[in-house]
Design a protein around this ligand. Structure first.
Ligand SMILES: [Zn+2]
Length: 326
């Protein structure tokens, strides 16, 4: 069995400007690597691909480390730790953030949430922003929207309180794209920064930095261009986003022949799987939370555990409850 661990932000959080960001504290990352090195056998992406082709067997308790979204955290904090230990990580930057100096809506939402002590503080500003756009987009009043969808959107989150789930899901998917995109922009300018370009440079890797990771022996794979939920796109839209992203990574010289897809939000459907097979994709990473089995799992649908599902104390044993507080 293979354990694939999924990481996003990894940084020294305490004392930082956004201590409430849903990030893994750097010290906890180090302790988790200690734990993984003690109880697991770290493997490379190339070994995983070969194992799924039946060309080699993975060691017992194999573990693969994956890092999504192309944050500068990965160069500043993750790479030095991996290099010191001789480990390979697999990194999945969104090419839209490499090219445009744009900030993904999903990241804007995270930083808006991290800028206040409690999500309840954001709801009046959300209500005003929605009411302002009510007529143009034929929306109900904020009270209507709240009454209609709060219960549904605020259920069953693994790591968030109900207000935060409502806020995130309303702005990530529920509202029509133009409305939510606009509202997120307004809230980001008000609560986080009016200089998006500077913020993007601080937040994301650049082309040169992605090359640096690759030159250090890290695996670089595809996470799409605009971080879409691929299962909500038409096959034509899926093809376009993939094509742009793959071309960018190939131009950088960081994409191998055996390339790997990491689905944003785990969003994947049959049309995308067909397209990926045509394009020669070697493996795909989802967010289904369990270990992967070479004998059973489709290589394009490999499950991953979140870092928060594993202990972050060096002395912990496999199967101990996760100790990261989120
Ligand atoms: Zn992502």
């Amino acid at each position: 069995m293979l354990t694939i661990v999924m990481y996003h932000y990894v940084r020294p959080l305490a004392g930082s400007r956004y201590p409430r960001l849903k990030a893994l504290e750097l010290a906890a990352f180090r302790a988790q690597l200690d734990h993984l090195e003690r109880h697991y056998r770290p493997v490379t992406m190339e070994q995983v691909i070969a194992a799924w082709r039946g060309q080699q067997t993975l060691p017992e308790q194999a573990v693969l480390l994956s890092f999504d979204d192309g944050y500068r955290d990965h160069l500043e904090h993750v790479l030095p730790e991996l290099e010191r230990r001789g480990l390979q990580g697999s990194f999945f930057p969104c090419t839209g953030t490499l090219r445009d100096g744009l900030i993904l809506d999903v990241n804007k939402i995270q930083f808006v949430l991290a800028s206040v002590a409690s999500t309840a503080e954001l709801l009046p500003a959300l209500a005003r922003a929605l009411d302002k756009r009510r007529e143009r987009h034929g929306l109900g009043t904020y009270e209507d929207i709240h009454r209609r969808v709060y219960h549904r959107l605020s259920r069953q989150g693994r790591f968030d309180d109900p207000d935060t789930l409502f806020f995130k899901r309303l702005l990530q998917r529920e509202l029509p794209f133009e409305v939510r995109h606009d509202v997120i922009d307004e809230l980001f300018a008000r609560f986080v920064s009016t200089d998006q370009r500077a913020f993007a440079e601080m937040l994301y890797l650049s082309d040169a930095e992605v090359r640096q990771l690759h030159e250090a022996g890290m695996h670089i794979g595809c996470h799409g261009d605009q971080h879409f939920w691929f299962d909500s796109l038409t096959p034509e839209q899926q093809g376009r986003d993939l094509e742009v992203s793959l071309a960018h990574l190939r131009n950088l010289g960081v994409l191998g022949d055996d390339w790997v897809m990491c689905y944003p939000y785990g969003g994947v459907d049959e049309a995308l799987l067909g397209l990926l097979r045509q394009l020669g994709c070697a493996a795909g990473l989802t967010v289904a939370s369990r270990q992967a089995d070479p004998a059973r799992d489709d290589p394009l649908l490999l499950p991953r555990l979140d870092t928060n599902d594993l202990p972050s104390q060096a002395a912990a044993c496999p199967g101990d409850p996760a100790t990261v507080q989120v």
